[in-house]
Design a protein around this ligand. Sequence first.
Ligand SMILES: [Zn+2]
Ligand SMILES: [Zn+2]
Length: 447
Amino acid sequence: MDTTTIISTVNAIYGQTFACKCGRTHRIDPQGVIYAPDALAQLPDVAVQWTPAPGRRAVVLMDVRTRAVGGAAAAAALRERDWQVTEIVVPDSAAGGPVCDDRTHDWLLPQMESADIVVPVGSGVLSDLGKWTAFDLDVPYVSFGTAASMNGYASANVAATVKGVKTLLRGRAPRVVLADPAVIRDAPYEMTAAGLGDILAKSVSSADWRLNHVLFGDYFCDRSVSLIAEIEPLYFDHPEDVRQRKPAALEALFHGLLLTGVAMTMAETSAPASGGEHLISHTLDMMSALDGQPHDLHGRQVGVGTVLTSELYRRILALESPDFSHAERSIAVDRAFWGRMGDEVASHYAQKVARIRQAAATLSRGDTWDRVREDIQPYLRPPARIRGCLEQAGAAFRAEQIGCSRERLLTACHHAHEIRSRFTVIDLARLLGLLPQAAEEIVEAWA
Ligand SMILES: [Zn+2]
Ligand SMILES: [Zn+2]
């Protein structure tokens, strides 16, 4: 199959409602994706289609950079077709670009009250601000993406900072996602490389999700995991095409990221796209919030986390007869390390403790270990392939490339299990006694 056929096949899912083998009926949003050179020209028709009549008032959100690559043009295209347009340029924060936090949200909302539709033009932050405000205003939104940098375009979640704490809020997916291939190609390359890091996480996060299914009977949907199976080879097997910004590889990456967002909506949790590898990145972010040191782009840190956790899985699955006597000792949270966040971290971790005990009890029974190993294996990729892909694509795969010392990365590895209630490969490695001991060796060898 050629790229166009592959992509039109996977895109057939948008707007569909179907009964799935997992037992759920999935309603897939967005209703459509337009990845075309004339995406901006199509915007007014798309907006009319998804705005309840007689609405003709649009709010276009952008920042100073995305204003130049689509924001101003989007507003102009709508005005030309008799829309009343409010253009809002979200100001940059002291740290750099704009942020998706409660202050920005509260600043935006009063300016947007008359909107019949919201059109965010940008990547992660703008898309999330549009999603969040449109949800609060109860109006539709269509997203104009400007970089293949993250998997949030098509998802219903908003990654926001509320009262200084990173939170996942519920919103709705956009009606339509639009993107112009030339804009995606010309985005700062480190953003594209970050998108690659975020999507490669999927092998580890899928394995972690599957692990929660086999160990605890959690809901699991194989269809949502396999959504990107056909397009994955277009970037995973050809990372140099991503580096050279070849149209097919970038289009596949953009669609793969969208479908990862769709998978999260199907699952009604971020589990299909966020496992132990993400916890390492989140921990680095939280350490930055505590000590004021900078952190890197989400997807770049996630790429490094994916290499480390893939190696962890490789070592775990190689264990023939593991020793489960470490389980009780592995249950630990270091409140002092987290300073002012100590109570919150401890309360998340406390929700997981029963699962750690349950996992150890289940895995030590009969031939369970071998059955689980066999079940998880197909979701994983060898760490060397993940690292090789990142390296050949010119993406970050080492600690120093994400502006972080090995020592700091090692500290993140030692504390990553504490921050969330989700059971991941990191908890499994701890209860098997691989961690914390092997962390130093793995960071040394792989990052
Ligand atoms: Zn399903
Ligand atoms: Zn991510």
